[in-house]
Design a protein around this ligand. Sequence first.
Ligand code: ATP
Ligand code: MG
Length: 394
Amino acid sequence: SRQLFRLAQQVVQQIKDHGFQAYIVGGAVRDLILDRAVDDIDIATSAHPDDIMNIFSKVIPTGIEHGTVMVRHQHESFEVTTFRTESNYSDFRRPDKVDFVTNLNEDLARRDFTMNAIAMDQSLQLVDPYQGRQAIEEKIIRTVGDPRDRFLEDPLRMMRAIRFQAQLGFSIDSQALTAITENGSLLAKIAVERVAMEWEKMLKGSFFEQAQKSLLTTKLINHLPLFSKDLKTVDIFRDIDKRFSSFAEFVAYMSLKSAEQSVASWVKEWKLSNRIKKDSKLLEQLIVTYRQESVEWVVYQLPAHLIVPFSNLCCTIENETVTEKAIDQTKANLSIQTRKELAINGTDIISWFPNKEKGAWLQESLLQVEKAVVEGKLSNTKNEIREWLTNDNK
Ligand code: ATP
Ligand code: MG
């Protein structure tokens, strides 16, 4: 993190050496002041994208129309964005046009919260026209300017205020809370994918419960996809008492808790990715399996990246303690890790039953063998498996 800042300072210096202004801005400055880990650093500059492409040898044009390019420096990436203002969010999705400006303060003025509107130069001096530093010390999320205007301009900011609360544990300024309460319905105009990105960060936040409370007291929750259609899901949300490790864990949780809403309905209403869809389906299915089958059989089907969410769901849904460590241990002790490790395959089974026609029985036999081996009821050798299958002693 410190090393990343040193590299960012070099990028800033290099831009300045060419006669332009440049600053580290946004979340990186906020998180540096808070002593939180920083993994990406944004730079704002008076230079235009073509100037930046002339200054640096490795530049990737990631968002030229918004004035953003990615500069590669010492194997790290930095988003470098030209000072700009944004005007007329008439469709509530993206600003109609971005105007490049020469003045840092104008660029800071377009930013959402005072804590996100601080700039820092190459010698770590702050430019802080909205007292962002003080807001950070007071642990307050305050909009730059009148909250009502800023939320009308871009309603996503209401959701962002609440996700920053979940991440930082700050309180939301009372005028901003009022403005959210009064303008929540505007959130419906925002592209659901953008809302989902903020929602995911909120779910994972260390101070999730504070955000949960704000969502309920401002009733912003009532304007979110699916919650707006089905008030029972709001009640389920109210009863949550723990943050989530991922969006997939949340979807599996909500689906398991609600008779009306399935994983499919969450995926549809929130336009979730195939990855989240696949993971939440598997998590839900494995919790159901866990109620009926052996732990070994569940753990065998559990991919490494779902161990933590599964362990959490055992606790929140099943009220049982199944630690990550216990799962790791069970997994390590399994006699096989995948079907490929079975001592036999389909061809072997066919050769043992020469009179049987091809059909579903083959896959069923394979599955029975796999399960018996995983559960330690059958040893993984060709002879034993043949015996077990042909004697029909399952
Ligand atoms: P994180 O650590 O989660 O990335 P961040 O503060 O960097 O937090 P981003 O969403 O990456 O948040 O946005 C970068 C910066 O751009 C913000 O700090 C803020 O200054 C500005 N910004 C982002 N989204 C908006 C918005 N909707 N309205 C106004 N300013 C915004
Ligand atoms: Mg960021």
